[in-house]
Write a new protein. Structure first.
Length: 163
């Protein structure tokens, strides 16, 4: 009986570390909004799903492009991005500043299996969809990109203009 408990504990530990990996697997559970844990960034903050004012569909392809490649939103607006992977390989959409995305892309080249699952990103398997709910709190130009190794360098980048 003791052996059974040890086996179950080891299996649970292994499964939980795999669920957090950045690679081709989907994350274990959908993100739950908690207003007390929202962190402000230079390009906005995680949005409250109850305050979404608009849904924007974004497609991703193996030609390393987003459709649309440019999006305009209003300052203060909470947007739900529904991101569909129309390709055959894993893609992701990560919101950020140009400098932060470039830095993150460099890290991804060195650590392609890096673990992370932040509110400003969604990893999407081929043929599947993911979501980002984001509130844009500051005017300016920001970006979104796929940071899978090689994708950013191939031009898989888009622009968000906040007016």
């Amino acid at each position: 009986m003791k052996y059974l408990y040890i086996c179950a504990a080891v299996a649970a530990l292994f499964a939980s570390t795999q669920a957090l990996a950045h690679g081709g697997e989907e994350h274990a559970a959908p993100r739950q909004f908690d207003a007390s844990k929202v962190e402000s960034t230079p390009f906005g903050q995680e949005g409250d799903p109850k305050k979404v004012s608009r849904t924007i569909k974004v497609g991703m392809t193996d030609q390393m492009r987003f459709t649309p490649a440019a999006i305009t939103v209003k300052k203060g607006e909470t947007v739900k991005f529904v991101v569909h992977n129309d390709g055959q390989v894993l893609h992701e959409m990560v919101l950020g500043t140009a400098d932060a995305l470039k830095e993150h892309a460099e890290l991804m080249k060195r650590f392609p299996d890096m673990e992370h699952a932040d509110a400003n990103m969604t990893h999407v398997k081929p043929g599947k969809a993911g979501e980002i709910i984001w509130q844009f709190k500051k005017a300016g130009e920001f970006e979104f990109a796929c940071l899978q190794p090689g994708h950013f360098e191939a031009g898989m980048v888009g622009k968000v203009v906040v007016k």
